[in-house]
Ligand binder design. Structure first.
Ligand SMILES: Nc1ncnc2c1ncn2[C@@H]1O[C@H](COP(=O)(O)OP(=O)(O)OP(=O)(O)O)[C@@H](O)[C@H]1O
Ligand SMILES: [Mg+2]
Length: 278
């Protein structure tokens, strides 16, 4: 269980001071980018996954979503961005509201402002890093050319190279993704998300398949890029050290509700342990 990864002080109730925190968040003054009010979801009528979820993510904020396996983290992410319909409540994203599900037009607009990164990065293994990053621009006008970077418009190739440079992989642009390490492949996935110039990064366990060192490198780079480009980041993780070190705020799901929603600098090991107890 990854909660053991937290550097535990001798006494459970002491404050953790995550080493890499250099800022004290002051979200009260920031604009809301994504909020949910009374959100409910069930796949089957008899068993709700969660109900009455209320949360508010501010522009530029980095939020970790934690909870046990099956707590509903991935489901919540999908509902928040309208990929899955919900069963009640209101969502507001990028200043536009919907209940149940976004309209087709809204859904398209929402998708175009989001960069996605997943545990299984869903890159095209036999294509080069550059082609994969160009794929991030599919859906934009002129998309058919994006299937291979050689056909892509110069502006797309340049944007993709810039994004690869941002994750320090410009020198790997022409290498096939299946010849890269797991950490490098995940950085390509981040570049593919970044090239879209999103307002929001949605990342479901972005570092879960990586060894501890690569996992920290990927998360550090991801958060740095998000902060530098003022992109809001919401990520799920089972690694409590990642949640504390890289997120401004931690939201925990437990038993179908928000169990905890706090600035990470205010969290104790006991707070986190309670998320997974019982
Ligand atoms: N398409 C689906 N149809 C029916 N039930 C589903 C579906 N997807 C997920 N579930 C159920 O919803 C619950 C929450 O799943 P979800 O994947 O959101 O949890 P999670 O917190 O992301 O878990 P993990 O940490 O393992 O990724 C689980 O009980 C799961 O079995
Ligand atoms: Mg999940």
């Amino acid at each position: 269980m990854s909660i053991l990864n937290v550097e535990q002080p001798a006494v459970g109730g002491e404050r953790i001071a995550p080493k890499l925190h250099t800022r004290v968040p002051s979200h009260a003054t920031r604009v809301s980018l994504l909020s949910a009010d009374g959100l409910c979801k069930s796949y089957n009528a008899d068993k709700p996954i969660f109900s009455n979820i209320c949360l508010d993510v501010k522009e530029g904020e980095t939020v970790a979503l934690i909870g046990s396996n099956g707590a509903g983290k991935s489901t919540l992410l999908k509902c928040l961005i309208g990929v899955l319909p919900n069963n009640g409540g209101e969502i507001s994203i990028f200043g536009s509201g919907f209940s149940k599900a976004p309209s087709a037009k809204q859904a398209k607009q929402i998708r175009s402002d989001i960069g996605f990164v997943f545990q299984k990065h869903s890159l095209v293994a036999r294509a080069t890093a550059l082609t994969n990053v160009v794929h991030g621009l599919l859906g934009r006008p002129g998309s058919w050319r994006g299937w291979h970077h050689a056909l892509a418009q110069n502006t797309w190739r340049e944007a993709a190279l810039d994004a690869l440079d941002s994750v320090n992989l410009a020198h790997k642009a022409n290498e096939r993704v299946d010849q890269l390490s797991g950490g490098q492949a995940q950085r390509v996935a981040i570049a593919r998300a970044l090239v879209r110039k999103p307002k929001l990064f949605i990342a479901d366990e972005p570092a879960a398949s990586l060894d501890p060192k690569s996992g920290h490198e990927v998360m550090q780079r991801f958060v740095d890029l998000a902060k530098k480009n003022n992109i809001t980041l919401m990520f799920t993780s089972h690694d409590m050290q990642h949640a504390l070190q890289y997120a401004d705020r931690v939201i925990a799901l437990k038993s179908g509700s928000v169990f905890l929603d706090q600035n990470s600098i205010d969290l104790t090991p006991a707070d986190l342990k309670a998320v997974f107890d019982g």
